[in-house]
Design a protein around this ligand. Structure first.
Ligand code: FEO
Length: 161
């Protein structure tokens, strides 16, 4: 059985993951409107992954006999200065989500909730990947000094499966 504070914290994280999905969808729309369909594809897949993260926590709360409480999802920002600006924001956002996961692990430890701490280890590992994949795009975009280079990166991002 989940303690109510842990349940509330997990419900907040469900909202944070769904908000992440919204952020990536907004970024996908921005890239698609700029004709960068590979980046839009990458971001749409990321948006789907975020829903998957939310659903993983959703199911965990249910499995532990808790109550899922859904809350309003904040409206994401809708415009950026450039593709680099988009992916720098994505990287910063993932660092923020990592800090949220770390906070949940700390909560689980405070409540001596070993099952939740164990459950959260998947997210700890996932955040390492999430930060690295956003950083990889930022690194490439920083090297792209012209439109042709940008299109090569866009093509590479279209191959994300
Ligand atoms: Fe669910 Fe990208 O963190």
């Amino acid at each position: 059985m989940l303690k109510s504070q842990m349940q509330d914290a997990l419900n907040k994280q469900i909202n944070a993951e769904l908000h992440s999905s919204y952020i990536y969808l907004a970024m996908a729309a921005y890239c698609a409107q700029a004709g960068l369909m590979g980046m839009a594809h990458w971001l749409k897949l990321q948006a789907k992954e975020e829903v998957g993260h939310a659903m993983k926590i959703f199911q965990y709360v249910i499995d532990r006999g808790g109550n899922v409480a859904l809350s309003k999802i904040d409206v994401p920002k809708g415009s950026w200065a450039s593709p680099l600006d988009v992916f720098e924001a994505a990287y910063k956002h993932e660092c923020y989500v990592s800090s949220l996961i770390d906070g949940l692990v700390a909560d689980a430890r405070t409540h001596n909730d070993i099952a939740t701490e164990n459950f959260l280890q998947w997210f700890v590992a996932e955040q390492v990947e999430e930060e690295a994949s956003a950083q990889e795009v930022v690194d490439k975009l920083e090297l792209a000094t012209n439109g042709a280079a940008l299109l090569v990166i866009d093509q590479w991002m279209a191959s994300r499966s």
